[in-house]
Design a protein around this ligand. Structure first.
Ligand code: HEC
Length: 207
């Protein structure tokens, strides 16, 4: 009789253990399912569409601060929303500054932040709209290559991008983030604006 009750107790303990394993497994599955859902929504960064995620990234990383021409507002220059991301306006003359002094002493930027004078000469911010004078003819691979390697137009044989384009920081974005940014840029209103090429420095710098 004593033997029988020991067996019953052992059976009970074992079944409780196996049942709890079962429940754990179930919870495990539920967690995995949750993870899957999260990973799924993560592919658009939690946004409805890839384009909206890209827009969020572009706004948060302030691409427009340099790539959007400004108009004068009450508090100073502010983004001109009609020219969103269209780069340095082609018709705007080069900065009227003492290039010798600026290139050797530091940096100067026009008040719309689209032209920059420094030891590299003058750089003009690019047109990032979907127009063919912007990134309209680019493909996704080109864009990723451009940001990862700092190569103009994302072509292996082209020149390096000049400061202050922060590609050395942006190259840390992952492929999905870069693809989302590109999808958003491709969705922007096309604005035709052929940005002038950069001007080489007037001061020779010893390397
Ligand atoms: C601090 C100013 C600044 C910020 C912020 C900035 N850029 Fe730029 N960007 C520039 C300048 C200046 C150039 C032109 C460099 C050159 O001509 O070599 C440029 C060039 C580029 C180019 C190369 C275009 C071409 O024709 O090869 C791309 C693409 C680009 N920027 C995308 C972006 C994106 C996307 C963001 C935001 C995530 C951004 N930039 C933020 C200043 C900036």
């Amino acid at each position: 009789m004593k033997k029988l009750s020991v067996i019953i107790v052992i059976t009970l303990v074992c079944s409780t253990f196996f049942l709890s394993q079962c429940t754990d497994n179930k919870t495990g599955e539920t967690n995995n399912q949750k993870d899957t859902v999260l990973v799924g929504s993560k592919s658009n960064g939690g946004y409805e569409t890839q384009v909206k995620w890209g827009q969020h990234l572009v706004m948060s990383m302030d691409c427009g601060n340099c790539h959007t021409p400004k108009k004068m507002g009450k508090m100073g220059p502010e983004d001109d929303s009609t020219l969103l991301l269209s780069g340095h306006p082609a018709k705007q003359p080069p900065p009227d500054v003492d290039r010798n002094a600026m290139e050797s002493k530091g940096l100067v930027v026009t008040n719309d932040l689209t032209s920059w004078v420094g030891p590299w000469g003058i750089s003009y911010t690019a047109n990032l709209t979907s127009d063919e004078s912007g990134i309209g003819t680019w493909n996704e691979d080109q864009f990723i290559f451009c940001i990862r390697n700092g190569k103009q137009k994302g072509l292996a044989g082209s020149r390096m991008l000049l400061p202050p384009m922060p590609w050395p920081a942006f190259k840390n974005l992952n492929d999905d983030e870069l693809k989302a940014i590109f999808a958003y840029l491709k969705s922007t209103k096309p604005i035709s604006n052929i940005v002038p090429p950069p001007a080489p420095p007037v001061v020779q710098h010893k390397m």
